[in-house]
Write a new protein. Sequence first.
Length: 185
Amino acid sequence: MYDTEVTHRSGPGAILLLLPLGVGALVAVALGRYGTLHEPTGFAVGVAGFSGALPMKAWLTTGALLLAAVQLFSALVMWGRIRLDMPWIYGVHRWSGRLAFLLTLPVAFHCLYALGARYDDTRVLVHSLAGCFFYGIFTTKMLALSRRGIPGWAFPILGGLAFTALVALWLTSSLWFFTTAGLKW
């Protein structure tokens, strides 16, 4: 699926990244703009099995981060950075990514709909920007994957940026919650 010839190719194919990058940027800006214009409701989703919205968000984001670590490991195997014979790793990579993304959806919905974007507190500012960036770069990566001719170097960069954004989200939300409120369920 990923061969070294494609991995090291560059040149005109990089132009093909412009459309996915543009759409990803629009997604990030649209989410940030919605978060500032929408009047927060204070409540967005049921917390199904959790004691409240904050524990739900902290644990779902932690689950997404753990699956993102699986994504990182499986990508390193797929790209030959970790030499293991695991022909099934492509499926693990795809499904761990899908599940991680699905875990982020109720969290993002709650953040945007119930709380909105806030820029008055440094932690919340970084969290809001990282969330918008995560969905923008995720959109870019998914659109780039479906286009032929995209240089192979783009995928580890886009995946690494998505992983970094998710780590920033976890640090500014889940870690903050766990160190402030404890390991509440």
